[in-house]
Design a protein around this ligand. Sequence first.
Ligand code: AKB
Length: 318
Amino acid sequence: MKRILIVGAGGQIGSELTSLLRKLYGNSNVVAADMRECKDLGADGPFVVLNALDAQTFGYVVNKYRIDTIFNLVALLSAVGEKDPQLAWNINMGALMNSLDVARQYECRLFTPSSIGAFGPESPKEQTPQDTIMRPLTIYGVCKVTGELLSDYYYHRYGVDTRSVRFPGIVSNVTLPGGGTTDYAVEIYYEAVRDGRFTCPIPADVYMDMMYMPDALNACVQLMEADPTRLRHRNAFNVTAMSFTPEIIADEICKHIPAFEMDYRIDPLKESIARSWPNALDDHCAREEWGWNPKWTLGDMTEDMLYVVGKKCERGEY
Ligand code: AKB
């Protein structure tokens, strides 16, 4: 990767990925793009306003900055996608199709994250294999499976170097997520620090895979830097770092905030989505083919989240 474009850079992963890639590859070599002006992203490197659905401007930007690697992070997530499935399809697939076509035209490598949402209720729940039945029941999942297939198609048909991971819920202390089923695992830390209590939308016993942001960012870099001759899979690799239920994360928070209390107001949509997803993925293919090796456990992540979010609260930033 030498000249990188991050589309959807204003989102949860995008802003932190932009900072990391600028540190690794140089500020001027990483162009951040989003459909809205983002002052922070333009402070230390190039920023362009780009609607990923506008193929012409997308191609113009890639050509102008002589881009060789595209990160397409545009997505309407699982819970919000169900509110307007047509819109979710148009945005998720529109951004992907344009990314694939531009990558093909300008010979770029392309990373478009998939998700645990690509799996469905018929997928094996425990140690969900890399290659198994998918059949998701959300429009988000349908877009992710379609995206995986299309990305593999562009690789086989046109030789476009497409690579991807199936991200679990990502926990970050920088940007709040929005519209996902796993969002509770971020919100719980903020509310634990601010109010000492949290009302959880997901039932106490539902397991989902999760990952701390530093590991998620490393996954993006490591996979895109991986030796292509070692990749038997491409779109998309199972990756996980931990799997827990609301009860387990609440117990972990109680170790630091003993008075922390959690009650439940179950969101039926989020519950049905969460119950249709795996409990824990098997990510051995990622480990074998490109050295995936996450560092953060639930215990380390909780300590770090509570510390950083606590500082934010002291500064009045939350
Ligand atoms: C969501 O909950 O929709 C996302 C995801 C797991 O892809 N965080």
